[in-house]
Design a protein around this ligand. Structure first.
Ligand code: F6R
Length: 623
């Protein structure tokens, strides 16, 4: 996710550091968020001076070394994680508007940018990039020079009231040296208070080297900083207040949002990862508009088979997708590990849609499998978290997940975002092919929209599962059972535990128990069981309850993930963790979370580095 820094200082402080030093230092602290380009803009000598460059911060620093910026006390800085428009110099922030007098940086996604852009283009505005940010900058410029009559804060207020989506925006204008105006909706922004200088950051890491006094800004607020002051208003123009706090984390923990590890932070990022992946992909009537897909809808409507290609956790996201897409679209879906697909002469043709799923977009096995399928004439669609990476670049179409950079090696938030993206794809295909009525699609989207707050509910009760995990630190083997969509959840629960706690763990389809795995059950064997909703598909719930009884009768210690209100499971379980009610097909977005927390806490209790497990790499770029 993009990193944002803003600074307004006085000359008394500039003896110590000018705007550029503060911005570069802040961006360096925010590097952990992941980025593909970086840029700064400063106000000096009555003008805006900007430099921006694709690639790492050092590229920007080299550019500034070649073309130095004038000394300045006001500026904004940005590291970009591409969403609209690939990673390039042109798409990097800041974006200029109002004839170069104004500069803007942005984190988030502006959902209605296309219609605003169309209006501005009709009025003669020219755009240099593919970004939604440049549209917001042009809108701010227009407001500044028309209705706001040169008041930058008022212009920001007028502009944000025309924007939909999630955004943090920071702007400077050459007519206002010493002023940075910022606004936030559904996207992070923190204010840092200094002596004769004030700061803005995506999080406190952006200014932690300069001040420990911070103010958390509320939803839909605008803040204007000068070296000596800050003022906050709501989007309605009414005065507002933020919550002041003092930062007692060191710089390393600040990057992790105060969590002890990136993995734990990323588990807690999941409500936002799902919400951001849903953002801007359907209209108020529930019609899906997946503009990025770039495959002719008529051709998509004609596909006869989907093959999902992925590895590891991403393949489990594909297994969840199989249940949903087959149910909604009545198209057969095969899920294949990329490395197996490639070497078995698979049968694909022009009516096959290959859906590759990859967090990194660089997994060599998946890349090779996609290339092979393309050679056979199949259409290829990539579900990916990393804009501009190789797999989406080489695919016919892409649907980006917006989980933000995932730093911990073990995937968590990318998994939930991948599942969310496959649901969007399934609903889109159902819409194209007429398999579901628009009202049904709207209802499912409404259920999906409720998922982020339900995940938050689970996270708020994480102590229940953490206590269990700590009590099991000495376990040598844990089994995981599930049926239907609970089966890939069980597999993913087992994989997480293997990866970071180095404990033998296996996931099984609960129905497979009697065909072999039940022989593993011994006195005290811990078995997690993912129980489907009792309100769901006939007999699925009772079948799984029978499975719990079977393993319990053989001495298993049964640990159950069940839906709220499912009182029947209580008598068969040593431990129950309840997840909020949701339709069965969406259940993996909730049931996975306690299993992630369990693995993370158990590995932590064993003293392992959960972010960098042994023998594993974040991106597997060899076959
Ligand atoms: C598990 C994990 C791996 C990846 C797999 C594919 O926690 O992270 O199993 O899911 O290596 O990686 P991507 O999604 O980058 O293709």
């Amino acid at each position: 996710m993009c990193g944002i820094v803003g600074y307004a200082g006085t000359s008394s402080r500039s003896a110590e550091h000018g705007a550029l030093d503060v911005l570069i230092e802040g961006l360096r602290r925010l590097e952990y968020r992941g980025y593909d380009s970086a840029g700064v803009a400063v106000v000096a000598d009555g003008a805006i001076h900007s430099r921006k460059k694709a690639g790492k911060l050092v590229n920007l620093e080299n550019q500034i070394a070649e073309a130095p910026l004038p000394d300045s006390l006001t500026g904004i800085g940005h590291t970009r994680w591409a969403t609209h428009g690939g990673p390039s110099d042109q798409n990097a922030h800041p974006h200029l508007a109002d004839g170069g007098k104004l500069a803007m940086i942005h984190n988030g996604i502006i959902e209605n940018f296309a219609e605003i852009k169309a209006t501005l283009v009709a009025e003669g505005v020219e755009f240099l990039s593919d970004t939604d940010t440049e549209v917001a900058a042009a809108l701010l410029g227009k407001m500044y020079s028309s209705e706001a009559e040169g008041d930058l804060t008022r212009a920001m207020q007028l502009a944000v009231n025309k924007l939909e989506g999630a955004f943090t925006l920071l702007a400077v204008h050459q007519d206002h040296p010493g002023v940075v105006v910022a606004a936030r909706r559904n996207s992070p922004l923190v204010l840092g208070l200094g002596e004769g200088e004030n700061f803005l950051g995506s999080d406190v890491s952006g200014f932690i080297d300069f001040t420990r006094r911070a103010v958390e800004l509320g939803q839909d607020q605008i803040v204007t900083i000068t070296p000596e002051s800050h003022s906050i208003i709501g989007f309605d123009g009414e005065p507002a207040e933020g919550r002041e706090f003092s930062v007692d984390w060191d710089a390393a923990s600040a990057e992790k949002g105060g969590f002890p590890s990136f993995m734990e932070k990323e588990i807690h990022d999941q409500p936002a990862a799902v919400a951001d992946t849903l953002l801007g992909r359907s209209d108020a009537e529930g019609k899906l508009t997946l503009d990025e897909l770039r495959i002719d809808p008529e051709k998509l409507a004609k596909i006869t088979k989907i093959v999902v290609l992925a590895c590891g956790t991403s393949a489990y996201a594909g297994s969840v997708a199989k249940y949903a897409i087959e149910s909604w679209c009545r198209i057969p879906v095969e899920v294949e590990l990329s490395h197996e697909f490639r070497y078995r002469e698979p049968i694909v043709d022009k009516n096959t849609l290959i859906v590759s799923i990859s967090q990194s977009g660089e997994t060599m096995d998946t890349l090779m499998a996609v290339r092979y399928a393309k050679e056979q004439g199949a259409k290829t669609l990539s579900i990916c978290n990393t804009n501009g990476s190789t797999i989406p670049r080489e695919s016919d179409a892409v649907l980006y997940t917006h989980a933000g950079p995932e730093i911990a090696v073990a995937s968590t938030k990318a998994f939930l975002a991948q599942i969310t993206a496959t649901y969007l794809l399934g609903l889109y295909l159902a819409q194209l092919r007429g398999n579901l009525f628009s009202g049904q699609i709207k209802d499912i989207l409404a259920d999906l929209g409720k998922i982020p707050s339900k995940i938050q509910d689970i996270l708020d009760r994480d102590n229940e599962i953490k206590d269990l995990a700590r009590s099991m630190a000495d376990a040598s083997s844990v089994l995981f059972l599930g049926r239907h969509v609970g089966y890939p959840v069980a597999m993913e629960g087992a994989l997480k535990l293997k990866e970071i706690a180095y404990i033998h763990a296996e996931g099984f389809a609960a129905g497979e128990l009697k065909h072999g795995p039940i022989a593993l059950i011994d006195d005290g064997q811990p078995v997690f069981v993912v129980v489907p909703s009792p309100r769901g598909r006939d007999s699925l719930h009772s079948k799984v309850v029978s499975n719990i009884q079977e393993v319990r009768a053989r001495g298993a210690n049964t640990l159950v993930i069940a839906e709220e209100g499912d009182v029947d499971v209580r008598e068969y379980a040593e431990f129950v963790f309840y997840v909020p009610e949701t339709p069965t097909l969406l259940m993996p977005l909730l049931a996975t979370v306690p299993l992630q927390i369990f693995a993370c806490e158990l590995a932590t209790a064993k003293g392992y580095d959960v972010d960098q497990p042994r023998n594993l790499a974040k991106s597997v770029t060899v076959e």
